[in-house]
Design a protein around this ligand. Sequence first.
Ligand SMILES: C[S@@+](CC[C@H](N)C(=O)[O-])C[C@H]1O[C@@H](n2cnc3c(N)ncnc32)[C@H](O)[C@@H]1O
Length: 430
Amino acid sequence: MRLGGRMQAAAEILADIQTRHRPVPEALRDWGQAHRFAGSGDRAAISNLVLDVLRRKQSHAWLMDSDAAADLVVAALVRQWGYQIDALIEELRDDRFAPELRDPQQLYDQLSRDLDEAPEFIRADCPEWVVEECKSAFGDAWIAELQALAERAPLDLRINGLKANRDKVLKSLRTPAAGATALAPHGIRIPAPEGPRRQIAATNEVAFAKGWFEVQDEGSQLAAAMTGAQAGEQILDFCAGAGGKTLAMAAAMRNRGQIHAYDVDRHRMAPMVERLRRAGARNVQLVENADALAALQGRMDRVLVDAPCTGTGTWRRRPDAKWRLSSDTLAQRQGEQDAVLDAAALHVRPGGTLTYVTCSVLPSENGDRAAAFAARHPQFTICDSAAQWHSVVPEGSPVPEGPTAADLLLSPHRTATDGFYIVQFQRAGA
Ligand SMILES: C[S@@+](CC[C@H](N)C(=O)[O-])C[C@H]1O[C@@H](n2cnc3c(N)ncnc32)[C@H](O)[C@@H]1O
């Protein structure tokens, strides 16, 4: 396919997402099934274009004075893919599948408007109703923070120390752009490809099948490391899901001690069985029902709550979620977060720790929930995260302090990771 056909396809898929409120992966898959002639390069380019438009949908629409999908696609090609307007017009000139472009002068005038004149939420490319929360999370840097959340994300891998090391994985990948992550001790980063290019399919690698690495954002790797899970300890991963952090803790514990992995939705844990086998992790026990948790009460050295949240910290990877988020969903998550913290806290032994993590940057899911928990549970005090941070990351890495300075707030702008909030409590007594 030539560029015009790809643009047309992206516009059709965007219209489908908009009008039928469909998740992006579903809309892309259906388009692919209905257009089997499209090669893998076409599919990658179309998918990149759709996701790029969604990342900057609002500022594109403001500049173009239109939220028509075809106009947003043109804006993405110029603003995100680096096309010069003249070159774009030239490339589309004899392309019969290309969408009709506006008059070149009008295009030029619109795309060179000064975005600084747009309202703040347009410059930040976020829903207007989250502005106050974002200001309170990031202060003066909030627009830069939100703009960083509107960029493409790299692909991060976590080396499984039970089976491999960084050099071994880097050699097997043979991807010149791959290198060590700046903060996470077992991470590899492959930068996001530009324009239409495809990211490597890491899960098709032999090294992946052998369990040498997992795909995991650097922020998520750091969140798991911040639990401080040590060999020989008893750990409860209370919101284990498919086990991203369980696997990271199992590797850190060198298979010694025990991780009890629980999730209220046990179906979510099913993929973990195969992931654990592949990783050679043998110290994880899946807890399939809440009754079985009773035996663990008051006995755990560490409990991790990787709480259900709005996922605002992952907007780079799931830009459609940004536009679907509602204040009702946010309020619902807060209730779930309080409940899950209260339930998980029962399992911490005296002197043990409780780590609360979200992949959100919104204070009402983060510091506010931590403060409310501390007020309800005076036997838990907030630990100073800085010492633990320094024990995980390379010397001299600044502490990405959260609002209380004892907690942490990671973000694409601060730490070049997804957005994560991390706070640790210690239960009184020894
Ligand atoms: C952010 S996801 C966990 C991701 C996982 N820890 C990982 O690293 O791959 C949050 C999980 O919390 C689970 N959850 C929600 N409410 C819960 C509750 N009350 N008790 C336990 N798990 C809960 C959800 O089913 C979901 O799988």
